[in-house]
Design a protein. Structure first.
Length: 272
């Protein structure tokens, strides 16, 4: 791929008002140590909008926070949509800011996928359509708060998804392994040939994917929580995100696309 997602699609917590620590609701689970209502600040949130346990999130039971990715929506909403006015100093804007944040996050996620789709050599024939969709999605991210609240985000996602499905067909070619939405929780797939597989929305929680070949597999929305990716080949895996990798386990032998980074908690190397 010759094009990588734009810098503004990567989270910059230093320019955000900790929206992910306040806006969403948390339910006590394996991912979150506490239950928190939407719009309620996490008790670990510091006055400077930093996290008081950032380096200990996994050990303290906040794995969900450790893998969360806003795709840059946090700084967009904080610095652009609301012009740098934070919800503590301007409490009258707080609820609207929290309502707008998940909408902009969805738009930024779509921009990430569209940018990747546009970078694929196989999508040359639909580059014009991808460019149009990306331009329109970028325009929507710049809407005023009130207009963002009224946006038909589901309708826009549906329109973009049509292009992402076309991208998947073009990249995967005659891939016949259709496991869309499949329940593969805890499945033993060590060494499996999953090249060109359609794994959109598949549940791969705790799956053994050691040494599996996932080249050009479509993994958009696939749940990789606690999946074992040691030694797996994810070169050119389609629509793979950093959050998916962060939720899994792997090692130095796991082959990743160049635009993604090896999670710090992965093993440096191990046997299978």
């Amino acid at each position: 791929m010759s094009e990588t997602p734009l810098p503004q699609l990567r989270a910059d917590c230093t320019r955000c008002f900790a929206l992910c620590c306040v806006a969403p609701a948390f339910a006590a689970s394996a991912d979150f140590a506490i239950t928190k209502s939407a719009g309620q600040p996490c008790p670990n949130l510091r006055p400077d909008f930093g996290c008081g346990i950032h380096t200990q999130l996994r050990d303290r039971g906040f794995a969900g926070c450790a893998v969360y990715d806003c795709f840059g929506a946090g700084q967009q909403v904080s610095q652009v949509t609301f012009g740098g006015r934070d919800w503590r100093q301007a409490p009258d804007t707080a609820q609207q800011m929290f309502d707008v944040f998940p909408i902009v996050r969805q738009l930024h996620q779509l921009l990430w996928y569209l940018t990747e789709a546009r970078a694929r050599q196989e999508t040359t024939g639909i580059h014009a359509d991808l460019d149009t969709a990306r331009t329109e999605t970028e325009r929507l991210t710049s809407l005023a708060p009130g207009d963002l609240e009224k946006l038909d985000i589901a309708g826009h996602r549906s329109a973009v998804n049509t292009l992402l499905l076309r991208t998947s067909d073009l990249v995967r070619g005659h891939g016949t392994k259709d496991r869309r939405g499949a329940d593969l929780i805890g499945a033993t797939l060590a060494g499996a040939d999953l090249r060109r597989a359609n794994l959109r929305g598949a549940y791969l929680i705790g799956a053994n994917l050691t040494g599996a070949d996932l080249r050009t597999a479509d993994v958009i929305g696939a749940d990789f929580r606690d999946a074992d990716l040691r030694g797996a080949n994810l070169t050119d895996a389609l629509f793979l995100t950093q959050s998916q990798l962060d939720s899994a386990t792997g090692d130095a032998r796991t082959v990743l696309p160049p635009m993604l980074t090896r999670p710090a908690h992965w093993e440096p190397c191990s046997g299978v």
